[in-house]
Design a protein around this ligand. Sequence first.
Ligand code: DHB
Ligand code: FE
Length: 290
Amino acid sequence: MAHVSASVYSSHVPAIGVAIDQGRTEEPYYAPLFAGYQPARDWIAKNTPDVVVLVFNDHANAFGLEMIPTFALGMSAAYEPADEGWGARPVPTVKGHPALSAHIAHSVIRDDFDLTLVNDVPVDHGCTVPLSIMFGQPEQWPCAVIPLFVNVVQYPVPSGKRCLELGKSIRRAVESFDEDLDVQIWGTGGMSHQLQGERAGLINQPWDNAFLDRMIDDPEGQAAVDHVEYVREAGSEGIELVMWLVARGAMADLAGGPAPAEVHRLYHVPASNTAVGQLVLEDAAHSRNA
Ligand code: DHB
Ligand code: FE
């Protein structure tokens, strides 16, 4: 059977993707950030999964105001990088896993989550920047990727509790897929940032670090936090952090198993005008390093 081996959590700041694409990661501004990423890159080189379920939000590139799915699952064999106004990023096409997508759709919808299913959709920086952060600049991404889009752009947005419960349901789906696949689930977005208005540039380091603590030790407690607190404390775009709870919900401890092992934790300020976080949590039962 398939299994969830680890969860990865990552900001998806577009400027970080540009720094990678333009070979600027060694510049003084970026060098400390990329040094901070190195342990996660070393870890994934040894722990490359078969499939990543990559939870992110589209930033009005795939979905506009015509359609606002709360949760949308990619069903395709391939997803092209979106043109976000400057041409598509020079990164590989994201290759999907249609059989696992179909199984997750079936299992999660039968588990009472009303997923939207999308068959033809581009993926923006929310998806491609975390891939670049983890894998650098390969010819092809080294694993299949199933994009899961969460609406955190247009209100109303889903609650943290709903996101955590969806992650639990995705775990049940993966663990009932009749093929021996190593599956990771990634939650992206955040950390504190506000891109517009009077509070543009807002960064809240104490709140972000408390969030990282609770992602490790108290995900159920964090899931009870209302969206208003995210926006007040972490800025209008800080609400992206609820997506991390989807990934956290898929870990074994929330299904009665052991707590995950903290493999890596990073907090860096700033990148662009955003706080950056990264976390790698490994399932104790499936650790290849154990
Ligand atoms: C920016 C955009 C994002 O989607 C994000 O999550 C962080 C930063 C930006 O435009 O700087
Ligand atoms: Fe974003």
